[in-house]
Design a protein around this ligand. Structure first.
Ligand SMILES: Cc1cc2nc3c(=O)[nH]c(=O)nc-3n(C[C@H](O)[C@H](O)[C@H](O)COP(=O)(O)OP(=O)(O)OC[C@H]3O[C@@H](n4cnc5c(N)ncnc54)[C@H](O)[C@@H]3O)c2cc1C
Length: 425
């Protein structure tokens, strides 16, 4: 059997692509029966260093026991339910023109080859893809409006679709270790409180970049350290000077640019009290907004994940070249020169909390690197182990990362002819 580790956006996309190729698979997911009702986003904002974001303390403690952890300077926002915050996920999907793929080992045309199938997948996620190419360049050199699509249904819909198509789910199970030589995984069953060994034909690792790194460190002795890229992220209080067409835009400040997503105060409140503020409409808001902003690559930070004496260490590393004071100065110049808005206050986020993580095991032609994959996601020095989440991206962009990552995963599975032969024989 072919196993997929993780039931987030990536894992379910792998299952979808395999189903499209007529290949059977089983998705391993840690929490199904254990999960409880959603908690509010308030708990997300007040997370302590290294806390795992999920709705069940019980599950957090169980996972902590499996992986001894020490976390420093890193908020470490991940979820062990149906993945990547699918519970909170704003579901903002990036614009295809935002991504520069010059550092990839494949051409843009090759990258976008499966766009028809990708649109089908997005439809299942509740996303209307017709606005991918929309950019409204205003005459203001500092300011560019963007139109993004927003998901309403998220992973739940895709999961239901896959279940109807007889994709199997192994719930309440957590993969502790991979043995590449014997093609087996060690899985802990939370309900039976037992370990079991499962043989796989092909293995697809889609645990999200932090958990994927932990699993790799637990499984391959020659790999001791993994670095993840992470966009520098901040919140801002914004006063609009004139009406804008969408709540998404980019600000260019000479070498530093950032993408912004506006939330009205009512939107923000609705994150905490979902049942009271449903369907808040952007156009009807006042002049003040909260914005979530992602700075470009030059400002990105890093997360170092290492293993020593059976303990995993997670460390947030700030980018020394990025100067917060300089950015604040540039913002005050921007405030004087532009006629769209004023940025009143800036609050920088801790490492690990930006939600734009990955590029830890990038695609490379160098087969000798222990931490690299080929263009189909096959981990170097392995036959049948594929990494299929945002770990394999070469860069982490300022735009919503899921869009780019899912398109890439779909391509890695659909385009790999050898891989189909491997899997079906
Ligand atoms: C608050 C927040 C808001 C976000 N908003 C957006 C947005 O608006 N737009 C956007 O594009 N992106 C957004 N993101 C990012 C988005 O959530 C991620 O890019 C996406 O979820 C990545 O999907 P994934 O499947 O690779 O990883 P995940 O979604 O993290 O899924 C990983 C899965 O693997 C499972 N798993 C982990 N370890 C193991 C193991 N050892 N054994 C078995 N299973 C395991 C987990 O339980 C989980 O189900 C947001 C993230 C956060 C935190």
């Amino acid at each position: 059997m072919n196993y997929i580790i993780g039931s987030g956006f990536s894992g379910l996309t792998v299952a979808y692509a395999l189903y499209k190729k007529g290949i059977k698979s089983t998705v391993i997911s840690p929490a199904d029966k254990i999960k409880r009702k959603n908690k509010s986003l308030l708990s997300l904002i007040f997370k302590k260093d290294g806390e795992i974001l999920n709705n069940s303390l019980q599950l957090t403690n169980k996972i902590r026991k499996i992986n001894k952890l020490s976390v420093k300077n890193c908020k470490y926002l991940i979820s062990h339910l149906d993945g990547g915050q699918s519970n909170f996920w704003g579901g903002v999907i990036g614009n295809i023109n935002d991504y520069d793929i010059k550092n990839y080992i494949l051409k843009k045309r090759e990258f976008l080859k499966n766009s028809k199938e990708f649109k089908n997948l997005l439809r299942l996620l509740g996303i209307n893809s017709k606005n991918f190419f929309y950019i409204n360049n205003t005459r203001d050199p500092f300011f560019c409006e963007k139109k993004y699509d927003v998901s309403k249904k998220s992973t739940h819909n895709l999961k239901r679709f896959l279940k109807n198509k007889k994709v199997s789910f192994l719930n309440d199970s957590f993969v502790k270790k991979i043995n590449a030589k014997t093609s087996t995984i060690e899985v802990y069953d939370f309900l039976k409180k037992k370990n079991k060994r499962i043989k796989f034909k092909n293995l697809f690792i889609s645990c999200g970049p932090i958990e994927t790194s932990k699993l790799i460190l637990n499984s391959f002795k020659n790999i001791r350290k993994i670095y993840l890229k992470e966009t520098q992220h901040f919140y801002a209080l914004i006063k609009l000077k004139r009406d804008i067409k969408t709540r998404f835009f980019k600000i260019n400040l000479n070498k530093i640019n950032f993408s912004c997503q506006l939330y009205s105060f009512k939107n923000v409140l609705s994150l905490f009290f979902t049942s009271y503020f449903k369907n808040t409409d952007f156009k009807k808001k006042g002049r003040y907004f909260v914005a979530q902003c992602y700075l470009n690559q030059n400002c990105s930070g890093k997360i170092q994940i290492s293993k020593k004496n059976n303990q995993i260490k997670i460390l947030g590393i700030n980018n020394k070249k990025f100067n917060k004071g300089k950015l604040i100065k540039k913002i005050s110049i921007f405030n004087k020169k532009n006629n769209h808005l004023e940025i009143k206050k800036v609050l920088f986020n801790q490492i690990g909390a930006s939600n734009h993580l990955g590029a830890s095991i990038p695609m490379t032609k160098n087969k000798f690197l222990p931490l690299g994959v080929d263009k189909y996601g096959r981990l170097n020095n392995t036959k049948n182990i594929f990494i299929s989440d945002s770990s394999v991206l070469n860069e982490i962009d300022t735009s919503p990362i899921t869009f780019f990552s899912l398109n890439n995963i779909l391509r890695m599975i659909l385009d790999n002819k050898k891989h189909k032969k491997d899997i079906t024989k």
